[in-house]
Design a protein around this ligand. Structure first.
Ligand code: FNR
Length: 364
């Protein structure tokens, strides 16, 4: 189908499932274990209803915002996803270019197919990039990576904290077994054949803990945010340790299965931070399962500054390259604008908690 026939985020997923190699589709689409959390990420949004207000002049709807002080055309950013070249020969720079024309922030992954320099060189004038860090147990390597990200102009450090070990993504593992039968005698080759996720993750530091944050602050002046917070308790700890923000996220359902969806966790996190005296002090982002403008609206209503998207941008890139990602972002923007107009919100500040009905959200 032609690009113009793509009417929503799901359409790109359907095309990507056809055009990607079996290996790439398995790596991109998989969740961990029974994929309960993966499915829940979208289901949870479907348990939130809207309470629109009427008789408001919605001729002009302003979706613009600031993430950590940097302009964004609407409250969406491209989250870090590894191995972009599985989906497109040019890899992550395709996302960079699309983020630039759509004036949104891109979060660069540690495990990108492109080098950090390639991604930062592809940056447009005034374009903002954040950096996602997987902490290497060799802290000299970690320090080099962080300093390099800052030198190359990244504006924030998002430390991924939900992945001391990568989740068991069985789709991904099975494809590798078919493609390349393992030699069970050889432990190393078995690991190699456990799929893309296992192959790239062996360096991650399982000992990472709260005491390490002081060290991170000593090696960078970028604001530090934690990606993968799933409880009120940890949100408050992140605040106490001086983080500039958090991403409420379960890593797209790829890590701990039976983790709750980000959108479900968001109210408890917002409430706890407020009670602990941190209201407005941290930026709260959420990701996982965002596929519609109404999903973005719901996240904003419940206190998120912006939402991250992972798979939708990978699928759009894989299916149609840069124009695909641009169209995906434009569709999400158009959907958000329509939701705001129909709900009586002229700006993001008008999207109030009372515009969503979450009675069914926690009760299912
Ligand atoms: C991810 N995600 C991720 N997160 C991270 O911190 N470092 C990484 O390297 C990756 N890699 C990665 C690869 C792929 C293929 C996917 C799908 C996801 C998680 C990502 O940043 C984000 O949290 C989720 O993708 C959001 O959920 P949706 O939008 O995919 O539903």
């Amino acid at each position: 189908p032609s690009l113009i026939e793509m009417l929503n985020a799901y359409d790109f997923e359907a095309v990507a499932s056809q055009v990607l190699t079996a290996e790439a589709w398995a790596y991109y689409s998989s969740g961990s274990d029974d994929e309960i959390t993966l499915r829940e990420n979208q289901n949870a949004f479907h348990r939130i209803w809207l309470r629109p207000r009427v008789m408001i002049d919605v001729t002009n709807v302003d979706m613009s915002t600031k993430l950590l002080g940097y302009d964004s055309s609407f409250p969406v950013y491209i989250s870090a996803t590894a191995l972009g070249k599985l989906g497109h020969p040019e890899g992550e720079v395709v996302l960079t270019r699309a983020a630039n024309t759509q004036k949104i922030v891109q979060m660069l992954p540690t495990l990108a197919s492109c080098s950090l320099g390639e991604m930062t060189n592809a940056r447009g004038k005034d374009q903002i990039q954040f950096f996602q860090l997987y902490v290497n147990r060799d802290r000299a390597v970690t320090e080099r990576v962080v300093r390099s990200a800052e030198e190359k102009g990244c504006k924030a450090l998002f430390i991924t904290v939900d992945a001391p070990q990568l989740g068991k993504r069985e789709k991904d593992m099975r494809v590798k077994f078919i493609a390349d039968p393992p030699d069970i005698q050889d432990e190393k080759s078995v690991r190699r054949n456990l799929g893309a996720a296992y192959a790239i993750s062996a360096f991650i530091d399982t000992a990472l803990n709260w005491n390490d944050l002081e060290w991170f602050k000593s090696i960078t002046s970028m604001p530090i945010l934690l990606k993968g917070i799933q409880t009120a308790e940890d949100a408050v700890l992140a605040a106490r340790h001086g983080c500039a923000g958090i991403v409420v996220s379960n890593h797209g359902g790829r890590q701990l299965d039976f983790g709750r969806s980000g959108i479900e966790i968001l109210p408890e996190v917002v409430h706890a931070l407020k009670n602990a005296g941190y209201e407005g002090k941290l930026e709260i982002y959420v990701d996982g399962g965002v596929r519609r403008g109404s999903d973005i609206f719901k996240a904003i209503a419940l206190g998120a500054k912006a939402v991250g998207i992972g798979r939708p941008s990978l699928y759009a890139m894989s299916a149609y390259g840069q124009p695909g990602v641009e169209r995906l972002l434009q569709l999400l923007k158009d959907e958000l604008e329509m939701t705001m107009r129909l709900a009586g919100a002229k700006s993001l500040a008008d999207i109030r908690p009372e515009m969503v009905d979450i009675r069914n959200l926690h009760d299912h």
